[in-house]
Design a protein around this ligand. Structure first.
Ligand SMILES: [Fe+2]
Length: 246
């Protein structure tokens, strides 16, 4: 369906240096957009005085888990239980802040996010998909983003390690995401495929894949900035699980 991620291709050091603040912007904005995407759905229920449908509960519970993970809470509580709760206030454990720290090390100075017009456009379109009232669209954007993120991080990690001559294990952001055995992976796959199975009825599967492909080929992501587009990832086990469900 799609080829390898563009970050896997050879990039010049200058390209990577200009990409890093864009990536930081996306990483920083993501949990806020992910959490906020539920707002429109509950306001719609309030507006029409209707109960929230179960599909909203399903996408929200996964969204909330992702936000908890992205803002560092999940790993802290896994490690130290409820006693770690006060420590969630140490926000340097946000994944975006781990990336910022690694990036500052690589670039030899403070790094700020760059909300460029391309990144802003991408984030607006991501938000529109994640907050869609249509559960099939919402689910397609969720799955596409997660799969894309996994592939993008893997490719970027390999490229950064090669370009800056560092060990992947020395960079915390990459260690958290790609380093070592990830025992959570198979549960993430199960969560995603069950979500798709519950939300996408058999007669909507082609619409799901259209939306899914559309998020990749919109050309609005940071991957398309000076790099080839269509950066999607159906090679992963999660995508295979999704295809099996549908
Ligand atoms: Fe993350």
């Amino acid at each position: 369906m799609f080829g390898p991620h563009p970050f896997a291709a050879a990039m010049s050091k200058d390209q990577i240096v200009s990409l890093i603040p864009e990536y930081l912007a996306m990483s920083q904005a993501f949990p806020y957009l992910r959490a906020g995407s539920q707002k429109d759905l509950v306001f719609a229920a309030m507006h029409t005085n209707r109960d929230l449908p179960r599909h909203v509960e399903l996408t929200s519970v996964v969204a909330n888990f992702i936000c908890w993970d992205e803002t560092g809470g999940h790993s802290r509580v896994l490690r130290a239980g409820n006693a770690a709760l006060p420590d969630i206030l140490a926000t340097e454990q946000f994944h975006s802040n781990l990336f910022r720290k690694d990036a500052s090390r690589l670039l030899g100075g403070a790094v700020k996010p760059n909300y460029s017009p391309t990144t802003k456009r991408y984030l607006h379109s991501l938000y529109a998909g994640l907050s869609s009232k249509d559960p099939v669209v919402r689910c397609a954007y969720m799955v596409a983003f997660e799969l894309h993120a996994a592939e993008m991080i893997q490719s970027l990690s390999a490229t950064v390690v090669e370009t800056f001559d560092v060990e992947a294990d020395d960079l915390e952001y990459f260690r958290v995401h790609v380093g070592g055995e990830d025992p959570a992976e198979k549960y993430h796959e199960e969560m995603t495929s069950r979500l798709v199975g519950e939300i996408v009825p058999a007669d909507s599967s082609s619409r799901f894949f259209d939306e899914f492909g559309g998020t990749a080929s919109s050309g609005a992501g940071i991957c398309s900035q000076g790099f080839p587009s269509k950066a999607m990832v159906p090679r992963s086990a999660t995508m295979a699980a999704v295809i099996v469900v549908l």
